[in-house]
Design a protein around this ligand. Structure first.
Ligand code: SF4
Ligand code: SF4
Length: 76
């Protein structure tokens, strides 16, 4: 399984929840806190992210950056 993680720029997130609906791993949720704009923001809630980038593709504000772990080569 490819591992991934996301950085969400909480200060520009509008809490539209599109990324939450798009995540096949159910790894995103809305925060309890609000950001400076007055919105709840998306946050990563588990370590099941595969780095599929669905969330980043649907975010209208480009608030999500996805990172994927490089595959480790096995020693021969
Ligand atoms: S990259 Fe994919 S698995 Fe990871 S949080 Fe985004 S939608 Fe979910
Ligand atoms: S799609 Fe973007 S703006 Fe909408 S909740 Fe997710 S991170 Fe925030």
């Amino acid at each position: 399984m490819i591992r991934g993680t996301v950085f969400i720029a909480s200060d520009i997130c509008k809490g539209c929840e599109l990324c939450i609906a798009a995540c096949p791993q159910h790894s995103l949720s809305l925060s309890r806190q609000i950001n400076p704009k007055g919105y709840k923001y998306a946050e990563l809630i588990n370590d099941e992210c595969t780095g599929c980038i669905n969330c980043a593709l649907v975010c209208p504000d480009a608030a999500i950056t996805v990172y994927r772990q490089a595959k480790v080569k096995k020693a021969v």
